[in-house]
Design a protein around this ligand. Structure first.
Ligand SMILES: [Zn+2]
Length: 235
């Protein structure tokens, strides 16, 4: 029986690597698949992993209809045994329902890979629909670690180094029609506690340096103790 599977985890947990591995394994068995991605960073519709592997993929913007695409391909004589759907958190709820319909009515496997929650720690609509509909949901076991060394379970967005919890869920491309320098947007994985406290690595570093400076001024702690407590941050 065909299945709709959802593989999820934080950033950096190897989702795209697994997506490419999954494609390789099925192709090696003579099966024919299609790879999809959404909001690809390179805007070149490639599926790329942080380990350096890449593969060509079909970009699936929100108006893309998976059902129509697959039915059209089959009708024109193509063979499709499975779909690899990366960055599935960006898919619309309708698109997830199209995938479920493809699995049920066309008996084609659909493997979706994506984040569960956004930088506000809310479910992405597409991911929520996947959790509701998937035959299996698997949380990837490669653990990412936050700057504090704890298991990173939350995605943070930083604008010019400061963590934000409001704003557009999806920031696409270059908002360069504005005037002045464009804010630098970065993402970081954090443990829940530091996500709640909005403590990114940069902010934690600054806080530690400030603490060290205060200790030096007060002269309360020996240099050895300072080193033990704050290590290289004091250097
Ligand atoms: Zn932490």
């Amino acid at each position: 029986m065909a299945e709709l599977s959802f593989f999820t985890g934080t950033m950096d947990c190897g989702k795209s690597t697994l997506a490419l591995q999954m494609d390789h394994n099925h192709a090696a068995r003579g099966r024919v698949g299609r790879l999809f991605t959404s909001h690809d960073r390179a805007a070149a519709a490639t599926l790329s992993s942080r380990l350096g592997l890449t593969a060509g993929a079909i970009e699936a913007p929100s108006e893309f209809d998976f059902w129509k695409y697959v039915v059209g391909s089959l009708t024109s004589g193509a063979r499709i045994d499975y779909l690899i759907c990366d960055e599935a958190q960006f898919y619309t709820r309708d698109q997830i329902e199209q995938l479920a319909r493809i699995v049920d009515e066309l008996r084609i496997d659909a493997f979706a890979f994506g984040l569960l929650t956004d930088f506000r720690s809310r479910l992405f609509p597409g991911s929520a629909r996947l959790v509701e509909l998937a035959d299996r949901v698997q949380v990837l076991q490669v653990e990412s670690l936050g700057w504090c060394g704890k298991r990173a379970t939350h995605n943070a967005r930083a604008v010019d180094g400061e963590m934000v919890v409001a704003g557009e869920v999806i920031v696409v491309g270059d908002p360069a029609d504005g005037v002045g320098p464009r804010p630098e947007i970065g993402y970081e994985v954090l443990c829940r506690q530091h996500h709640r406290r909005r403590m990114t690595a940069a902010r934690a570093g600054r806080a530690a340096v400030a603490r060290c400076a205060a200790v030096r001024r007060a002269g309360e702690v020996s240099s050895v103790m300072r080193y033990v407590h704050h290590g290289a941050l004091c250097a």
